[in-house]
Unconditional design. Sequence first.
Length: 509
Amino acid sequence: MKKRTDHSSRSSEGLFPRFSKPLERAENYISLRAGMVERTFRHTYHAMPPVGWMNDPNGSCFALGKYHVFYQFHPYAAVWGPMHWGHFVSDDLVVWERLPVALAPDMPYDRDGCFSGSAIEKDGVMYLMYTAVADGKQLQALARSEDGVHFEKLGIVIGEEDTPRDCTQADFRDPYLFEREGKYYCLIGSKNVDGDANVLLYTSGDLLKWKLVGKAWKDGRTGSGIYECPSYAAFGETDALFLSPQYMKTDGVEHENIFCNLYMLGKLDLKCGAFCRTFESEIDGGFDFYAAQTLHAPDGRTLMTAWMQMWDRGFPTAAHGWAGALILPRELTLKEGRVLQAPVREIERYRTEKRLYPACDVDGELKLEGVEGDKIDLAFDLEPGESARAGIKLFVGGGQETCIYFDRARRQVLFDRSRMGTLIKAAPSEQDASLRRVRIEPKEGRLHFRILLDVTSCEVFLGEGERTLTGNIYSPGKGIVFFSEGGRARILNVEKYDITVPQGTDKDA
Ligand code: FRU
């Protein structure tokens, strides 16, 4: 696997007693250190590590009566290090309860890390499939649990002998499990010896013995990287692959992050493994969105979670003892050949202080009494009219602001965090980490915005949810101002709520 700058760990684990059992040792460290994390930048309704480092969501599922989300976790320092699986459960996808660490690198075959993977329930037992890393090799391992808390490792189930000859063992990871018509399937990201990235499809009747079906996808767009964290969902007759490509070239608007995200729609042939693509788009055009993973709610909804951070940048919270969080899970639907995203409806249970406002013109700046805050759910429609740029300024205060606006000439919504006060160091090969954009057309002259803020996060849903922008903002200001430049705009249907989740996931504090 390509080394990223933050994968070099500087942990304080040597200062702590050596437990013979790595899981016990991790829990002991968390109970000693979680209360010491500096809380200024902590979210209130997003899953975050109690202490240390979090990256990809893993094993997100509804199983044994609860929602579960595991995550890539290095408890001992707020930098990437030997990967454990942290574990949260929830009844409503908003308030997450921390459970003991589920997996630690404690076997010869996973001693260098328990990398990303997924979960599935079979006959009342919960199974996790993850990438076991040792000696530069990546293989797929299985663990099982009857209580959804304690996991027993069952060993490697997709080994070297199951890896296609034309794939390298160094990049062969992130199994995503799903079931179709009584059979189990698994997608794996891998590297072809010819330099292309592959997404492989395997099948099994019992989760233990696996057989390669074929290559779902293969192309050379990821440079020296691969499609990490493949995921899958079916919307009726349409199949969707969700992929996290490394090093994909930007076209100036899409794929601006070095580690970006995309979904493909089409048909996955379960007999030969091939995926026939009919459409492709970025999932989220913001700064901080990676490793998206889909899951299914018992009521039939298709949901998605993702890491709300980005590789190789500066992490302002690392100095506070933690880094990384997950997005608020989203509901996915398919409409007219596009995936639409919406915040999970359960967030509405936590709305307080409802405020509605009459339509008004904006020419310059406009403040609406009561529209402010950094833990809010705010919706409005914008009629850009003849304005050159019009939208909203968030986290305003002390000379700082973050702007989200429609640019009439470019036909884009831009997310500008260049004046947020805290400079985020861009990744080495990234042009900048302060401006992101998506193409979108207002419908009948009007564009819908829904924005969720949570202390240091900002999730923007545009139109019917066909475009989203997610980013972290580190500014203490709570002011909110509508604005237009170069002409008058109109703001309609403003609806604002506070989000009040008393203790959120921070019960260890
Ligand atoms: C994606 C990723 C995965 C890998 C994990 C390691 O962010 O690189 O491919 O399994 O993180 O933590």
